[in-house]
Design a protein around this ligand. Structure first.
Ligand code: COI
Length: 356
């Protein structure tokens, strides 16, 4: 499908927008009026359609529920200073979605179909894009195995769905982190780099254990020695150590975050020393003790830049300095927002503009 083909739209006659509290946008609470659907069957995707958001009819035997063929993306659209809407880095999100689909033996989706689906859905629900500071329209494309069958097999039928949701900041305060030295999120060669549903479900139990101990999230470490850092909760992690911005090097166990990549690019451009490499827990602990570890934060689409208040290493709490307005994380967060909202030039072609 190409951008000249139009997608059929069935509009709701019962908008829920007036029931939405745009001053208090808890992440994921509100879903916009419409959703986009397409089905994969007999080797091809059906023409996508946009319909009112609501229930889907399917049996409890669909393969996604049993064997986990389900992947998703998390993206954002922003209101620009000139009133247009910007879908941020759709090419990179699409590339990652294709990798996730491939890893889970699911059919690919062309960039044309992907962007046209997002573009049309956002045009239809343009009034749902929030305007207050720190808010955006979260976009959730997902694909799951919809074939109804119990045999353990790669499905022959799938559903592609796109939902959108007006959201505010994910965290409202710096969070407390526990270094996970027992459980594992994933291993090299596993599905850690893919955005598949099982990665999140499998992380719930260790996170619940950490929550009972008074932490918000876990800092995942490598599966072999629990010595090197992978990522945090559902985000990538970055540190300012010896004045350099340092983050774990990508591997099959780490998600290739779009916010991670954007921050590294902007930091390098600003002349900052940036390192993508293995970071051990010991190095972090030493950095804390000799005061060369000055910042730690999570970076992800939902949370953007999330300051870390405390890192607990093998039972000891290490309290990080308060985040100042001239901190590297705050500067990177502002820079990113400026590019996304059109206050700074988009020199990398990251913005896909939907003219309204
Ligand atoms: C994102 O940052 O988009 C995520 O995927 C995190 C999440 C809400 C699952």
């Amino acid at each position: 499908m190409t951008l000249t083909d139009s997608i059929s739209v069935q509009k709701t006659n019962q908008s829920r927008i007036s029931e939405t509290d745009f001053n208090n946008l808890e992440f994921g609470k509100y879903i916009s009026d419409h959703m986009l659907l397409s089905d994969w069957s007999e080797g091809k995707w059906s023409e996508p359609v946009i319909v009112p958001f609501g229930e889907l009819k399917m049996t409890p035997a669909i393969l996604a529920l049993h064997y986990g063929q389900a992947i998703f993306e998390g993206m954002k659209a922003f209101k620009m200073s000139d009133g247009s809407i910007n879908i941020f880095r759709p090419h990179k999100h699409h590339d990652r979605m294709v990798k996730s689909l491939d890893r889970m033996c699911m059919p690919t989706i062309s960039f044309d179909m992907f962007i046209q689906s997002l573009h049309t859905l956002i045009e239809v629900d343009k009034n749902w894009v929030p305007t207050s500071e720190g808010s955006s329209l979260y976009i959730r494309p997902l694909v799951f195995a919809s074939e109804s069958r119990l045999g353990v097999k790669v499905a022959d039928q799938y559903k592609f769905v796109v939902l959108t949701s007006p959201v505010g900041p994910y965290y409202n305060k710096p969070f407390r982190l526990k270094v996970e030295d027992h459980y594992t999120r994933t291993a090299e060669g596993g599905t850690g780099f893919a955005k598949c549903a099982g990665n999140y479900g499998g992380a719930f139990y260790p996170t619940q254990v950490a929550r009972k101990e008074g932490f918000d999230q876990v800092l995942w470490t490598d599966h072999k020695e629990h010595k090197y850092i992978d990522e945090v909760g559902m985000m990538n992690v970055m540190f300012v150590l010896h004045g350099k911005l340092i983050t774990p090097k990508l591997s099959t166990a780490i998600l290739d975050g779009i916010t991670r990549d954007s921050i590294l690019t902007l930091a390098r451009e600003a002349g900052m020393a940036v390192e993508e490499r293995r970071i051990s827990i010991d190095e972090l602990e030493d950095g804390y003790k000799n005061k060369t570890l000055t910042e730690a934060f999570g970076a992800g689409t939902a949370a953007v830049v999330a300051p870390i208040a405390v890192i607990n290493i093998h039972g000891t709490d290490y309290q990080l300095p308060k985040v100042e307005s001239n901190s590297i994380q705050q500067k990177m967060k502002n820079k990113l927002l400026d590019v996304r909202t059109g206050q700074e030039p988009d020199t990398h072609g990251w913005n896909y503009i939907v003219k309204i």
